[in-house]
Design a protein around this ligand. Structure first.
Ligand code: ATP
Ligand code: MG
Length: 268
C-alpha cells in the first residue's frame, strides 16, 4: 500500500492574554522549541512591540533589519522577515518598538485586521516547510492581537497561577467569539495553560481548581511550574530547553508540546 503523506497546512496558534506578564512570551519560545525537538519546523512571529521573544531568542535589536512592522504595514514578505535562530528548525519574525505605531499606520486601511493572515499566505516561500506558526501577542486586545486571532487556527491562553488570574478571561473569550463571528469562523481555543505554578502555594492550587471547574477540558493537563531556570534562560538568549534541558520548566514545556501534538493527531 502506498504511504499516505498528507500535505497539511501549517497550524497557526496565537498565544494571547491581555494581562501582562502571565507567560505568553516564555510559552511561545519554549513551546516552539519543544515542538522542534519533536521533529516539527516552527516559525515564531513576534507581534509585541516589546520584542521580548526576539530578545529571548538572541536577536539583538540592531540586527532586526526587517520586522513584523514591515510585514504588517509595508507589505514585506514573510520569507524576507523570517530568520533562522540558534535552535535548529526554529525561525523567527522579529519585532522592534516600531510595531507600536502599526495601529495608527493601518487606521485608514479597511483590511487592517487581515494583514497577518495575508502575510501568512506566502509561508511556502520559506526555506523549509513550516508545521507550526506561534504568534506571541502583546498584553492588550488591540489591533495586533486581533490580527493574530484573525490569522490563527486557535488561541492558546497562558494563565498565571495567581490571584485575579481568571479575571479578564471572559473579556478575552469574548474577543475570540467576536473574531469568530466576523473575520475567522474557524477560530478555536487551543487550550488554557497554567503557568508559574507553585505546588507549595494554596493560591496556585485554588486557581487550578477554579480553572478546571469553570473551563473543564479547555485546561491543559500539563502545568508549567514556577522555575527559576525558566526565568534565567532569556538573559542567556536561549530557550530554557537549551539552557537547562533537564529542568522542571523544560520538561513541562515538552509535556505541553506532546499534549498539543496528541490532540492534533487525534483531530487529523
Ligand atoms: N514558569 C516560569 N517560572 C519562572 N518565571 C517565569 C515562568 N514563566 C515566565 N516567567 C517569568 O515571568 C516574567 C513574565 O513572563 P513573560 O515575559 O513570558 O510574560 P508575558 O505574558 O509575555 O509578558 P508581557 O505581557 O509583558 O508580554 C518573565 O520575567 C519570565 O521570565
Ligand atoms: Mg510577552
Amino acid at each position: 500500500m502506498p504511504e499516505f503523506t498528507p500535505t497539511s497546512k501549517p497550524r497557526v496558534i496565537a498565544i494571547a492574554n491581555q494581562k501582562g506578564g502571565v507567560g505568553k512570551t516564555t510559552t511561545t519560545i519554549n513551546l516552539g522549541t519543544a515542538l522542534t525537538m519533536r521533529g516539527k519546523t516552527v516559525l515564531i512571529i513576534d507581534l509585541d512591540p516589546q520584542g521580548n521573544a526576539s530578545t529571548g531568542l538572541g536577536m539583538a535589536p540592531e540586527t532586526r533589519s526587517l520586522t513584523t512592522y514591515d510585514l504588517l504595514v509595508e507589505n514585506a514578505a514573510i520569507a524576507d522577515v523570517s530568520r533562522e535562530t540558534s535552535v535548529e528548525n526554529l525561525f523567527l519574525a522579529p519585532a522592534t518598538t516600531d510595531l507600536s505605531s502599526a495601529d495608527i499606520e493601518l487606521m485608514s486601511n479597511s483590511r487592517r485586521v487581515f494583514r497577518l493572515r495575508a502575510a501568512l499566505t506566502q509561508l511556502n516561500a520559506l526555506p523549509k516547510r513550516v508545521d507550526y506558526v506561534l504568534v506571541d501577542c502583546p498584553p492588550s486586545l488591540n489591533l495586533l492581537t486581533v490580527n493574530a486571532m484573525v490569522a490563527a487556527d486557535s488561541v492558546l491562553v497562558p494563565l498565571q497561577s495567581e490571584f485575579f488570574a481568571l479575571e479578564g478571561l471572559s473579556q478575552l473569550l469574548l474577543s475570540v467569539r467576536e473574531v469568530r463571528e466576523t473575520a475567522n469562523p474557524k477560530l478555536r481555543i487551543e487550550g488554557i495553560v497554567l503557568t508559574m505554578y507553585d505546588r507549595r502555594n494554596n493560591l496556585s492550587r485554588q486557581v487550578e481548581e477554579d480553572a478546571r471547574e469553570n473551563l473543564g477540558e479547555l485546561v491543559f493537563k500539563t502545568i508549567i511550574p514556577r522555575n527559576v531556570r525558566v526565568s534565567e534562560a532569556p538573559s542567556f538568549a536561549m530557550p530554557v530547553l537549551r539552557y537547562d534541558p533537564s529542568s522542571q520548566g523544560s520538561q513541562a514545556y515538552l509535556g505541553l508540546a506532546d499534549e498539543i501534538l496528541e490532540r492534533h493527531e487525534l483531530v487529523a
